[in-house]
Ligand binder design. Structure first.
Ligand code: FAD
Length: 352
């Protein structure tokens, strides 16, 4: 493709790229989507088997086409992947897979992308690569000495292999709570959190969080302040598995790990606990390393932006990275409005 110059290249074939592509349908913009996965579904394919969304389908939909009814109250991982695959088929988006973008340079106003399938050229670029490729594990003294198994939540699939083991689950977010909930049924678990875990009220799910995100978005558009501290988006949603774990009385944090030995962990009070496995549910940075020739990137993968637009390079936008590039933009229903605004800006840029 080195002999052709696209108007726009979208990097990443998950929900954020698809939301952008929806708003490109009636535009005369020659674009392509490059995704490093073999098949559709973005990072949903890499999550654990039992993961369900935390909102019903009508609150988990991309622009233009609502997610079909799910079997249960909340769509499963498989139903979500099916929806994303059907969505891209429905609109027949031009997607090439697998194509990994390794680096990007810019000369005389044109971006050159080095990929696993050769060079691609484009006048503009949208990065929609999510976070899953950049798992974060905190530095805790002795971590490299541990002789048991360590894994990040992004590599966790199901509880079977942990049956009858002793396991520390680290992290006070939704991943930590959900993985703890299912593993504690088959193994002896210990929960390590930095802060005391914060649970949302039982009746607060993604619907409420999204309504809050919308109210904030519209208030800010009008130049008004909105108090978004009522419910913290990062707090734990009481999905059925977490409610069930609460009934079993297993949702108790032992506090922080002070250090790690070859056999286990040392808690803040100095007591030791022998364990077989440590599961790090400690979040992600942003998957933006391939942009390092163009912009400055901090340790989390964040680059300077004005909303979704890169500040240091004209013609580059970043969509779907959550609070950084748009409140609730890392959700199916939340990404649409930022995708729409970004495509408007890309069109205007290409016209100039
Ligand atoms: P991704 O889905 O990660 O897609 C990015 C794509 O880009 C991937 O295919 C990736 O392989 C590809 N890629 C990355 N780097 C490159 C590269 N260099 N070159 C080419 N391709 C590349 N969201 C909801 O809406 N509702 C929920 O209920 C919900 N629950 C969640 C629960 C948990 C526990 C977690 C962890 C997340 C949850 N999310 C939920 C969030 C959601 O999973 C992610 O935010 C979402 O997948 C982000 O979509 P994306 O398109 O931005 O990124």
């Amino acid at each position: 493709m080195a002999d052709k110059t696209f108007d726009l290249i979208l990097i990443g074939g998950g929900q954020s790229a698809l939301a952008c592509a929806f708003f490109l349908r009636r535009k005369e913009i020659d674009y392509i989507i490059l995704d490093d996965q073999e098949t559709c579904g973005g990072s949903w394919k890499q999550t654990w088997e039992s993961l369900t969304l935390f909102s019903p389908p009508e609150h988990s939909s991309l622009p233009g086409w609502q997610m079909p009814e799910s079997e249960g109250e909340f769509p499963t991982k498989e139903e979500t992947i099916d929806y994303l695959c059907q969505y891209e088929d429905r609109y027949d988006f031009p997607i090439q897979r697998p194509v990994k973008v390794k680096s990007i340079d810019k000369k005389e106003g044109m971006f050159t992308l080095e990929t696993t399938e050769g060079q691609f050229n484009s006048k503009t670029v949208i990065s929609a690569t999510g976070t899953y490729k950049n798992p974060f594990i905190p530095e805790i003294p002795g971590r490299d000495k541990f002789e048991g198994k360590q894994l990040h939540s992004s590599d966790y699939r199901s509880p079977e292999e942990f049956k009858d083991k002793k396991i520390v689950i680290v992290g006070e977010g939704n991943s930590g709570a959900q993985i703890l909930a299912e593993i504690s049924k088959v193994a002896k678990t210990f929960w390590s959190t930095k802060e005391e875990p914060q649970f949302l009220p039982d009746d607060v799910d993604g619907r409420v969080l999204f309504d809050m995100a919308s109210a904030k978005y519209y208030a800010e558009k009008k130049g008004e302040k909105y108090d978004s501290t009522k419910f913290n988006l990062g707090n734990i949603v009481m999905v059925p598995s977490v409610k069930e774990a609460r009934e079993r009385d297993v949702l108790h944090s032992q506090g922080q790990i002070q250090s790690i030995t070859k056999e286990g962990v040392v808690w803040e009070d100095g007591s030791c606990q022998k364990v077989d496995v440590i599961i790090w549910c400690t979040g992600f940075g942003y998957s933006t390393g391939f942009l390092e020739n163009l912009v400055s990137i901090d340790h989390k993968g964040k680059i300077p932006t004005d909303k979704t637009k890169a500040k240091e390079t004209d013609g580059l936008w970043l969509v779907g990275y959550g609070g950084w590039t748009g409140f609730a933009s890392a959700t199916l229903i939340g990404v649409g409005r930022y995708a729409k605004q970004t495509i408007k800006e890309v069109s205007e840029y290409l016209k100039d």
